[in-house]
Structure formats: C-alpha cells, structure tokens
Design a protein around this ligand. Sequence first.
Ligand code: SAM
Length: 191
Amino acid sequence: MTEDPQWTAFLQWALPQLRMRWSGFRKVRTQVHKRVHRRLQSLQLAGPDDYRSYLQQYPEEWRVLDTLCRISISRFCRDKGIYGLPAAWRESAFTESTGRYCLQSAYKRPVLFVEHDVRGPVPATALQLILCRNLVYTYYDEGLQREITQRLIDALQPGGLLVVGSHETLPYDVPGFTPCFAPGRSIKRNV
Ligand SMILES: C[S@@+](CC[C@H](N)C(=O)[O-])C[C@H]1O[C@@H](n2cnc3c(N)ncnc32)[C@H](O)[C@@H]1O
C-alpha cells in the first residue's frame, strides 16, 4: 500500500489543500495511508481516486482528512539535549527517588492545560518559552508557518525562547529572532 503511486499522488494533491507539505510526510506517510485506508473502508470507497471525488462532492470531509493527517509522537524525548536542566534547577524544583525526578507540587499547581489547535490563536500571552517541535516547521506549508510564527512572536516576551526541532528552521524571511543553540535548537525573540 505504501509505495502505491496512486496513494502518493493522492497525498500530493490533498496535502497542499490542507496547507500541509508533502516533503514533511515522506517518512511518515504509512501512518496516514493506514488511517485513510480505514476511512475508505468505512465509506465503502474502492481507492484514492474515489476518495478524491468524495472530497470534491462533500467538502466537509476535508475536516476528517485533516484529523487523519495528524502525525503522532514517533519517539519521546527525541532531542535529549533540550530536556537537560541545569543541576541547580533540577535540585531545587524536583524530588529525586530511585533515579527518577518528580516535579515538586509548588511548580505543578500553577500549570494550566489547554487543548489548542496550533493553527488558531495562542491561548496565552507574555510567554517566556514556547516549545513547538516537529509539527509546524515540518508538516505545514510556508505560508501557514509564517502565520503561526507571527502569532508565536506576539505571544512571546522579548527575550523569550522559541524551541523548534533539531532538523527544523523558521521560514527564511521571518524577522525578530536570533538563533541561540543552547540547549537543542532555540531561537530567541529579539525585542
Ligand atoms: C510529530 S509529534 C511531535 C510531538 C512533540 N512536539 C515532540 O517534538 O516530540 C506532533 C504532535 O503534534 C500534535 N498535533 C498535530 N496537529 C496539531 C494541531 N493542529 N494543533 C496542535 N497539535 C497538533 C500531534 O497530536 C502530535 O502530538
């Protein structure tokens, strides 16, 4: 199924319409193929060409396809350097037990979990640190990357850090950041 040129052609046609880019999906397309294949079975469609017609006939199906294109975490703590904390912070903020570190309650209490589609407004302001790795700058097209980056800039405090994946770069013409490679791949908002 993975190497079927019909599937590849389908993804190359569909992804740009979702403002995603094929190059980001080259290595993970099996995951998407499997999900789309299951969707076709449930719709009783024979193959990608039928799904293409279905999308054209029922535009609301694009929302379903969008969810099928979400790549899940392939490897946790992929860029280990990013998670390395200075020893003094580790000692003051964590309790160590049998080689595992647990964040102390005082630091857990103010944590707020919010479900957020990264393509929408940022649900917080004046942030000091944004971790945005292995999603925006891998899977989305450049126009969408620029729009999201502008919202991230607006949400970051001057001097705040935006951390992206070790193989990712911001669109070349986004101003206002200085690379700052310690640790991992961090980019500092200028002003
Ligand atoms: C490849 S994983 C990267 C996970 C993590 N950031 C890292 O670097 O290890 C992509 C993550 O983005 C999430 N995701 C996909 N589309 C999203 C969206 N539109 N808004 C927010 N998160 C999304 C997925 O659920 C998945 O957890």
